[in-house]
Ligand binder design. Sequence first.
Ligand code: GN1
Ligand code: MG
Length: 350
Amino acid sequence: MQANILTAYGLQPGECEVRPFGSGLINSTWKVTCGERSYILQRINHQVFKKPELIAQNIDTVGRYLEQQYPGYFFVQPVRTADQQNMVITGTGEYFRLQPFVTGSRSYDVVDNEELAYEAARQFGRFTKLLSGLDCSQIQVTLPDFHNLSLRYQQFEQAIREGNQHRVAEAMDVIRALKRYSFLTEIFSSIQQNPAFKLRVMHHDTKISNVLFDNEQKGLCVIDLDTMMPGYFISDFGDMMRTYLSPASEEETDLSKVSVRPSYFNAIVNGYLSEMEEELSKEEKQHLVYAGQFMVYMQAIRFLADYLNDDVYYGAKYEQHNLARARNQLTLLNAITEQAASLSSVAGAP
Ligand code: GN1
Ligand code: MG
């Protein structure tokens, strides 16, 4: 199947080795090595991204803008097909895209030192800052309502009403605990009404594996731009808190390992503000800790809703996988909430 795709890019399938790559839940990713050259090939999940061509369009718009305004900025341009297309659409309606594998770059799956958190936060902050001159309306919405917490909460409630009732009964303790956090949804609604919160070009998936580093652990650039679209800073800042604060990932089932490391929060704040200090309003800066609660809460109710809906979205490697992920995120949410006051002061956040 990938053979035709490689041919479309002018590559010889017989001369290339194709191996699964990375750990994303939504798209499929391969590393393609053809002699000296390596690439990353991705199949876009078009059940999730209903209009994959918008992703390609956004990447073109942003790539052009950065090239013109900031020629020194390192941006991974997609490889064009032999007939100059930015993606391949197969006869069966599947979407593929290819990008060069950046030689000499490194990526990480785990954040195990503060410098890494700082560097990643700096890269995501820099990305948004550099794009602040680009009119947001030129960027297409690739996933409508992706980080709309109010809608995610409604979907969670709907899953409780209409989902697998056996699973609803089984998950009742987590459902109850998460419902107690519904005030976070109200704060989100007030943010949507508040002109001090600006819509900017956000990445929306700021996990550590979406940053490329050099050999000295200095950030090179951000990658995986599928969900790059207009949004609030809480999405990017909050997803860094969600994925860098705890030494254990969202997959950890030993919940005693899920905790908040204040020094990592510091590193995220300092790295992000090293680029975004001037760009963020006072009120936005008052919501740094909220950003983490917002993202962890949204992920918890998304995992749980998926569990109640028989794992149709995220899939499951074992029977209670999405329930376990929801419990993990609930534990993290509790930890952030318990430490909210001290985190705000540690970071020197106003
Ligand atoms: C999905 O596919 P991946 O792993 O990059 C999801 C994110 C979640 C993440 C949780 C389009 O991202 O929102 O935070 O799983 N992406 C989409 O691991 O739903
Ligand atoms: Mg992603």
